[in-house]
Design a protein around this ligand. Structure first.
Ligand code: GDP
Ligand code: IMO
Ligand code: MG
Length: 737
């Protein structure tokens, strides 16, 4: 039977969910996030290496754990790309990530709107992370949201973005008294800091300081349609995937984001986030009927980042001490976290909604304190107020957490339970029985006052700094090896600062050799082989029904194809005019016209790994383009096969250059020269020996991909090094590296 376990935040977020998920991942096959977006910041240490995940599940470094982003999330695709590439830079292969096509997309303007709204609220602000979470969930609830799947449908995207732009930029103007310059500057700043996004930053700069809604719409389409293509390989129906995994008896670990007190229903509204950070959110956020066990992570003390009430907050030196010792600075925004004592009133509320099982984190931070306090009830000191049918009056003692921002603002700690501390270093202890007795007593008190059961205790940020409470965690390690981490394929690269994306470094690293790739279109990117033959045959049959003529056999067609003629000449060769056909038009041209008309209907597909490779290369900053004899048809085929934009698709001007020869590469070389890319920095990729000769003649490096009819020997005979022949595009990336 499948085990579905959930880890949730039990306080105001940042409790250590990421660390717990990373530790637990060895027991699971699948891990999933269900709610929130990149307002989350989950810190994980894998050995010496520190990761902060905002969108990607914290189990990603476990290669054999499939990581899902569920439909309940709001995803900023630019941030996701940055996160994927940061991991790739560190040497991880991200082929265990899956994204629900029904998750919602955070677009730049929603980030801007989030910040503007906060500003306009003055003292009443929530202290959001400014990541566009609220506005995006608002769009979702108001039926105008843009979903991940929409990124792949240009027309739909166009319609939805246009609507948003008119509506939201109207709001910006109101909030900012028509200060176009400020709006444009906010937009520019909202692009992630990374050279990969410079192309759009530059376009934004070119738009100047006037808000032009049409041009902005066009730019947003350009951005999001293109990032959609880059991320497309990760899109799936996560619900179906989970169902299948459950049927196969796989075990699933759900990673909550934020914390119960930030839950839009059960938290300290309005000082909350826009999603359900509680147990219920996991179910809708992934479409799960059941969750077997739920753990809420609760710190040994309490923290909060952002605005809103926090009864046990410490404003004295003790607060500063906990902040410093616990490293309490936001993983997402870097803001100092507000710190206070453990709050049993809060813990009871969490247990009520998420269940009684908890994980205590950061116990080690309390080591060295003489006394430690737990708050067990509050006193209400506000004006008289009726809430949920109960009368609140000044002096009222409160034992049940009032999940309401206003009431809680007027609550102060009433009953404190004070416990003696301990001095022993607990960070390397393995068992509960190793812990100092005062630490054990403290844990027992948390259980007793909070009506909870502690399953695990975290005693440091590293993966294995975890104590399992006796008999409270009985899952078997799933993986055959104890810890199969995500395969590190290259030497780890030192990343300068967590927030700096490394495309720049990627570019310079890769810039060593190759800056551009020229593809020969035919069989290299789009699988035309079978289609062309089949289609040619069917077109000929149709025309033959009107006026009979000899239809060439498959062998004859193949033979002519191999002669490496210009496309039109293939038809002339295959269909000699039987004489007097349709009087003024030769048979070959009739068939050619029909062929082209009908070709629109052919469902072309990418050759193995083609789309992924092209996307990855363009992400690495490699300029890619195509030389073809028929630009329009090439575009059509590429579109059908699902390819994104190429920097150029060019056709040799002279007809005699339209078969492989050094001259046929000229338009591509001219284009690249204009971009400052020299012949040495270009690689030509083709599948025909003549393509090799053409590249050789033009002085361009060449890689042969055996997707056509040619064999390895054909290239080697002509002098190409064996190592420059690959079987498919999937192998091309390795070669280019
Ligand atoms: P999350 O958002 O719930 O995943 O938590 P964050 O990653 O935002 O914040 C938790 C911080 O505490 C991170 O810096 C973790 O590395 C760190 N951490 C987690 N567990 C422990 C622990 O048991 N002891 C100590 N000292 N640090 C911990
Ligand atoms: P993890 O998953 C701590 C807080 C913000 C703000 C409020 C609303 O790392 O625990 P939003 O940007 O969501 O609209 O902001 O919620 N907040 C978090 N605080 N940890 C988080 O995530 C948080 N995600 C949101 O500070 O007060
Ligand atoms: Mg966090």
């Amino acid at each position: 039977m499948a085990n579905i376990f959930a880890i949730l935040g039990g306080q105001w977020g940042d409790e250590g969910k990421g660390k717990f998920v990373d530790w637990a991942a060895k027991y699971f096959d699948v891990s999933a996030r269900a709610t929130g977006g990149n307002n989350a910041g989950h810190t994980v240490y894998v050995g010496e290496e520190k990761h902060i995940f905002h969108l990607i599940p914290s189990a990603i470094t476990w290669k054999n754990v499939n990581c899902l982003l569920g439909n309940g999330m709001v995803i900023d695709p630019l941030v996701l790309l940055k996160e994927i590439h940061t991991l790739e830079q560190k040497g991880y292969t991200i082929d265990n990530l899956y994204i629900s096509g029904r998750a919602h997309v955070i677009l730049l303007y929603n980030k801007v709107l989030d910040k503007y709204k906060e500003k306009s609220k003055g003292k009443k602000k929530v202290g959001t992370t400014g990541r566009g979470i609220g506005p995006t969930y608002a769009d979702k609830a108001y039926y105008t949201g843009i979903r991940i799947n929409d990124l792949l449908d240009k027309e739909l995207l166009q319609r939805k973005v246009s609507l948003h732009v008119w509506e939201k930029f109207g709001a910006f103007k109101k909030l900012h008294e028509d200060d176009d310059e400020m709006i444009m500057e906010s937009l520019r700043q909202s692009l992630p800091e990374d050279s990969f996004f410079d192309r759009w930053r530059e376009k934004l700069i070119l738009l100047g300081n006037d808000v032009d809604l049409n041009q902005l719409t066009e730019l947003f389409i350009d951005i999001y349609y293109n990032v959609g293509k880059l991320l497309k390989k990760y899109f799936v129906d996560t619900r179906l995937m989970l169902e299948q995994n459950i049927r196969e008896g796989k075990s699933i670990l759900l990673e909550g984001a934020q914390g119960l007190l930030l839950d839009v229903d059960h938290g300290t509204y309005p000082f909350v986030t826009s999603s359900n950070a509680s147990l219920g959110g996991l179910k809708t956020g992934l479409g799960l009927p059941n969750i077997d066990l739920t753990f809420s992570v609760i710190k040994a003390y309490t923290t909060r980042v952002g605005e809103g009430p926090f009864p046990t907050e410490l404003f004295d030196e003790m607060g500063d001490y906990l902040r410093e010792k616990g490293g309490e600075f936001g993983s997402t925004t870097g803001r100092p976290r507000r710190c206070g004592w453990h709050d049993a009133v809060l813990t009871r509320h969490t247990a009520l909604i998420n269940g009684p099982k908890i994980v205590i984190s950061k116990l080690d931070v309390l080591t060295g304190l003489e006394n430690i306090k737990i708050c067990n009830s509050y006193k209400y000191l506000g004006p008289k107020k009726v809430f949920n049918g109960e009368i609140y009056f000044s002096g009222k003692i409160i034992k049940d957490f009032p999940a309401d921002g206003f009431l809680l603002e007027h609550c102060v700690p009433h009953e404190w339970v004070e416990m003696p501390g301990w001095d022993e270093d607990i960070t390397r202890m393995k068992d509960y029985s190793d812990l100092p007795v005062n630490a054990q007593n403290y844990l027992n008190k948390i259980e007793e006052l909070g009506n909870v059961e502690i399953s695990l205790v975290s005693i440091g940020p590293e993966r294995e700094q975890m104590i399992v409470m006796p008999g409270r965690w009985n899952l078997e390690v799933k993986q055959e090896k104890f810890a199969v981490e995500n395969e590190v394929v290259t030497e780890p690269v030192v990343v300068a600062g967590e927030e700096t994306f490394v495309a720049e470094e990627l570019e310079t690293e890769e810039a060593s050799e190759i800056k551009a790739i020229i593809y020969d279109m035919d069989n290299t990117l789009v699988d035309t082989n079978g289609f062309v033959l089949d289609h040619l045959r069917r077109t000929a049959m149709k025309v033959c029904q009107e006026t009979p003529f000899m239809i060439p056999t498959d062998e004859e067609i193949k033979f002519v194809q191999k002669r490496n003629l210009a496309f039109e000449d293939i038809f002339v060769s295959l269909f000699p005019d039987p004489g007097g056909y349709l009087r003024d038009e030769p048979l070959s041209s009739v068939i050619l016209t029909r062929y082209r008309e009908d070709a629109q209907e052919i469902p072309y597909v990418s050759t193995l790994g083609g789309i992924e490779i092209v996307n990855e290369m363009s992400f690495l900053g490699i300029v890619q383009g195509i030389v073809t004899n028929r630009v329009k048809m090439a575009r059509h085929r590429l579109d059908q096969a699902g390819y994104g934009e190429f920097a150029f698709i060019v056709q040799p001007e002279e007809k005699e250059h339209r078969k492989p020869s050094p001259l046929c590469l000229n338009p591509a070389l001219d284009y690249l020269q204009e971009k400052g890319i020299s012949t040495k920095e270009i690689i030509s990729v083709g599948d025909h020996p003549d393509d090799y000769l053409a590249a050789q003649g033009a002085g361009v490096k060449f890689i042969a991909v055996l997707t056509g009819e040619s064999r390895k020997e054909d290239f080697v005979e002509l002098g190409l090094d064996e190592s420059m022949v690959v079987n498919n595009l999937g192998e091309l990336k390795e070669k280019i590296k």
